[in-house]
Design a binder for this molecule. Structure first.
Ligand code: ZN
Ligand code: ZN
Ligand code: FE
Length: 759
């Protein structure tokens, strides 16, 4: 061999700084094994701003290390940047993982919680010291976001700190070739947390006996409460109507569909139609609830999802779920957050013991504290891509990378499905789903969580941004925070949230359809097409304003909005039309409302697309009264038929009027057209109206990039139809993926606007 000139045997040293989601996902053990397999020496450690690795060895091997680093990284990791510099040789003797270095200033990402991995599932079932161990986890799986008390991600900074590892666990934790090497929540039967079960005034602490009783109780039709990952869950047999009824009474939740956890993917496939993309999400490490098409009606109890054509399905993601299914006769259970409707998920033992005192099937608790709550996330595949509808377990608190600085900005979000957002340098960190900020408990959660995020992320707000709505609790919070504050129009925020997600820099045409948003003119908006950027927006068009008789009451009673549309389209003679809607309507009450509308009493003007969906659903007697948010549009989706391209008439350029459509719908009803064809024609009409609004905006602006946002676009049919129409017309469409298109995304839009104001 020539003397040291061949690149093969030259020794090099590299210092690497790896940024992204690299803590709590098995990254250091992975680097250790990689270095070890290549015979490289050096060390690796966690720093709040990422992972630092120093490697030294043969040049070819060093290069292989750098290549494989990206290729073979653990499944839940996400490398965003690698800074590498060549260093002098230090003649290290081995490769070491050294303890973490504290640094107050910068922090790295907290990993979301990771569903149980295949290796752990296998171990759970096989004969070893963690057989049936309900807290089993490894470097590739287990709780993270709901376990972390502080940075960096080390056991001492998690709620596992109080459990001292036994000799065996410590050995695994310190053994570089073990799959639990530096798995912070590692524990076993001997040293880990324990479950306790309360039923009929007795307490059981033997886990195998507990899980048998739990299973037997569910099998016999009882509902049980059990501590999950990010809070308490209520569960019962999803095929047992009586059990579900009990659970509904318990939650004070009349009709809203429940998510269903299925024993296996095979069973899901028997009950739902699923695409490859949907299968991929269902089985990913995030394991969210996925909204699927429900094809085998009658398999689940009817009151599970009240006859909807869709079902929120998910797979077991905790060891506990696997152990429980072993005892169950059913292949499907309702698994819902343990709380009354509209109140945040319960996560503390004292409250659980009090709240679930009377549950028939018992209460399961454990002594591993939940650092912060997280509901199950909800994802829907639209236009063949996963779209997050509720962002919590498995997704939060993953940051969104932006191209502008956001430091010091706190965005308070909206009211429904509230999420807030904090700005750290060029990142937006959205909180987990908080809920509807209209009662004290949810507001408390919102306030606590802001303090929590501030502490964790070493975040000190220097300004606060919120919605334009004066009555939102998030607005009141912002106003009382004693900081410079600004307000953002709701639909402008919807649009900039998508601009931010896709890092768009120039003005766009934004379509924002939703249920309610406070308009700059004091009216209720929700069918806006705007030309917008981060600084400003110009409202180009919207649906025609109509009075909403009774204001907020119309949200719960879609028939009121239908009455307004009918009165507007047909005048005083509405009663001559012989359609079922009128025989269902209380004429006296309706006439009172007409007088109120005429006299502008408690009848705010509204142009929201959501209310138009309500009106048509009521007109068709599909939904007269609404029991939960967006029930009317959801029920209408049941009637959609394929390959039906007819539509109704509409008119106007800046104010779209649907008067003609309402008349045509009545003709179709009296002409005995099927509800399916009417509903489908209606959806097609809305898609065409949106396309028309975009064309008008294009004429004025010449912009080809179009954003779709707002809760109405949770409707798969409408969204896919519109995306298709816009693409055909040569527009480039942006529809959110990582951030909810509903009000859960508002905070990001607010943050983006505030950040750009500073510049
Ligand atoms: Zn695992
Ligand atoms: Zn142990
Ligand atoms: Fe909205």
């Amino acid at each position: 061999m020539s003397q040291g000139t061949s690149s093969d045997n030259k020794n090099l040293g590299f210092l690497l700084h790896i940024k992204g989601r690299v803590q709590g996902v098995g990254f250091r053990p992975f680097l250790y094994r990689l270095a070890d397999s290549l015979g490289l020496k050096g060390y690796v450690y966690n720093r709040p701003d990422g992972v630092i690795a120093h490697i030294e060895g043969n040049e070819t091997k060093c290069n292989a290390f750098l290549r494989n680093l990206k290729k073979e990284a653990p499944p839940a990791s996400n490398i965003k940047e690698i800074f590498s510099e060549q260093t002098e040789l230090n003649d290290f003797h081995d490769f070491k993982i050294i303890s973490s270095k504290q640094s107050e200033r910068i922090i790295t990402e907290i990993s979301p919680d990771i569903a149980i991995c295949q290796d752990c599932i296998h171990e759970l079932k096989s004969d070893n010291r963690r057989n049936h161990y309900p807290f089993i986890n490894c470097t590739n799986c287990g709780p993270r976001f709901t376990l972390v008390d502080d940075f960096p991600y080390d056991r001492i900074n998690t709620t596992m700190a109080e459990f001292e590892m036994c000799t065996n666990c410590r050995y695994e934790f310190n053994n570089p070739i073990d799959r639990r090497f530096h798995a912070q929540p590692v524990s076993c039967h001997e040293c880990g947390p324990i479950y306790e079960f309360f039923w009929k005034g007795e307490k059981d602490v033997d886990f195998d006996s507990i899980v048998k009783t739990l299973g037997a109780n569910i099998n016999s039709g009882m509902a049980v409460a059990m501590k999950g990952l990010g809070g308490y869950n209520l569960t019962c047999d999803a095929c047992n109507e009586v059990a579900i009824e009990e659970l509904r009474k318990y939650k004070v939740r009349e009709k809203k569909p429940f998510a269903v956890m299925f024993r296996s993917l095979e069973i899901i496939k028997e009950v739902c139609k699923i695409s490859d993309t949907e299968e991929e999400i269902l089985t990913s490490w995030r394991m969210p609830i996925v909204i699927l098409e429900h094809i085998r009606k009658g398999y689940l109890a009817f009151n599970c999802n009240a006859g909807l054509d869709s079902i929120g399905a998910f797979l077991p993601y905790l060891p506990l779920h696997y152990l429980l299914f072993k005892e169950l006769e059913t292949d499907a259970i309702v698994l819902t957050s343990g709380n009354e409707s509209d109140i945040p998920i319960l996560y503390q033992e004292e409250k659980a013991l009090h709240t679930f005192k009377k549950i028939t099937g018992g209460l399961l608790i454990n002594n591993r504290k939940i650092a912060r709550r997280a509901d199950d996330s909800v994802v829907k595949v639209i236009d063949n891509k996963p779209r997050i509808m509720r962002r919590a377990r498995g997704y939060a608190p993953e940051p969104i990378d932006l191209h502008f600085d956001t430091s010091g900005i706190l965005a308070a979000g909206g009211e429904l499905s509230n999420c807030f957002c904090i700005g750290k340098e060029k990142q937006a960190i959205l909180s987990q789903h908080i809920g509807d900020l209209k009662n004290f408990e949810t507001y408390e959660f919102f306030c606590e969580n802001i303090s929590e995020f501030s502490r964790l992320y070493r975040f000190k707000p220097s300004q606060i941004v919120c919605d334009l709505h004066p009555d939102y609790l998030s607005t009141q919070y912002a106003r009382e925070a004693n900081l410079p504050f600004s307000q953002v129009q709701h639909h402008h925020a919807h649009i900039t949230s998508v601009m931010a997600e896709y890092n768009l820099k120039n003005s766009v045409i934004g379509i924002s359809y939703d249920g309610v948003g406070y308009g700059s003119d004091g009216n209720i908006w929700g069918s806006e097409v705007m030309v917008a950027d981060y600084h400003d927006f110009k409202r180009i068009s919207h649906f025609e304003y109509l009075p909403l008789p009774g204001g907020d009451a119309a949200t719960k009673q879609p028939w009121r909005t239908a009455l307004s549309y009918l009165y507007h389209a047909l005048g005083k003679d509405i009663w001559q039309f012989n359609i079922p809607f009128f025989s269902k309507t209380d004429r006296k009450e309706a006439e009172k409302l007409i007088v109120a509308m005429d006299n502008k009493i408690n009848s705010p003007l509204c142009c929201s697309a959501g209310r138009l969906f309500d009106a048509v659903a009521a007109l068709l007697c599909i939904c007269f009264e609404s029991h939960y948010h967006a029930e009317a549009p959801l029920l209408m989706e049941n009637y959609l038929i394929d390959d039906h391209n007819e539509s109704y008439s509409f008119s106007g350029d800046t104010q779209i009027s649907f008067t003609a459509m309402i008349r045509e719908i009545i003709l179709d009803i009296t002409g005995n057209k099927s509800p399916g064809s009417i509903v489908t024609k209606f959806h097609n009409t809305i898609a065409l109206a949106a396309l028309h609004q975009v064309r008008v905006a294009y004429k004025e602006s010449g912009i080809k990039q179009v954003i779709l946002s707002g809760g109405t676009f949770q409707n798969k049919y409408l969204t896919e139809k519109l995306v298709h129409l816009l693409n055909q017309a040569q527009f480039e469409v942006f529809y959110p993926q990582e951030v909810p298109c509903n009000d859960g995304g508002i905070a990001l839009g607010q943050l983006a606007i505030a950040a750009n104001k500073q510049m």
